[in-house]
Design a protein around this ligand. Structure first.
Ligand SMILES: Cc1cc2nc3c(=O)[nH]c(=O)nc-3n(C[C@H](O)[C@H](O)[C@H](O)COP(=O)(O)O)c2cc1C
Length: 176
């Protein structure tokens, strides 16, 4: 079976939940490994057929050390990603010579993308810069908005949509 690596960043846990749903979808046609970005490998070798990267949208794009610090301060016990974000990982990761398939997803606030931005769109640029083949449009999965001090609620139906995005992606890669 073809192999996928899913690397995710998450402060409050929403992107982690979405990543797990994406893995559920990918698993219908691929062997999948899910890794939090702080534990992700420095080199993605040719044994992987698909690289998927996901993270929360902060300030219209991928998080930065300052935005993560600000978010982490409100996350309490829920804090998932304690080190680098996908921005830093994508800047430093090395890939093999084979142009493997890739895709990006994010979580962001419900509303016009023009207004709220998308971390996945920014991540896609980095995937292309690395020479990978972005094979499906970025997936954005929506957060309902603040329910307290944090943006912490994946909208109803979004995990199902993430699973479908994953299964469609796996089918595409498996079909070559
Ligand atoms: C510092 C900060 C900046 C944010 N900026 C944006 C933004 O520009 N656009 C957006 O859609 N959501 C923004 N959000 C909301 C995040 O997208 C939301 O917290 C995230 O999707 C939750 O994912 P997580 O639970 O995995 O951390 C921001 C959140 C924080 C903490």
């Amino acid at each position: 079976m073809m192999r996928a690596l899913v690397v995710y960043e998450s402060i409050y846990g929403n992107t982690q939940a979405v990543a797990k749903a994406v893995v559920g979808g990918l698993s219908t046609a691929m062997d999948v490994e899910l890794i939090e970005v702080g534990a992700a490998p420095a080199i993605v070798g040719d044994v992987v057929d698909l690289l998927v990267v996901g993270g929360p949208t902060h300030a219209h794009g991928m998080s930065k050390p300052e935005s993560r610090a600000s978010a982490a301060g409100k996350a309490g016990d829920r804090l998932v990603s304690r080190g680098v974000g996908i921005r830093e990982w994508l800047e430093s990761v090395r890939v093999g010579s084979r142009p493997i398939a890739a895709a990006a997803f994010d979580t962001r606030i419900k509303g016009p993308e023009l207004l709220w931005g998308s971390a996945a769109k920014a991540a896609e640029k980095e995937l292309r810069r690395l020479g990978l083949r972005v094979v499906v449009p970025a997936g954005s999965f929506l957060i309902g908005g603040p329910t307290g001090p944090v943006f912490d609620r994946v909208l109803d139906g979004e995990l199902e949509r993430a699973r479908s995005w994953g299964s469609a992606l796996a089918a595409k890669v498996a079909a070559g």
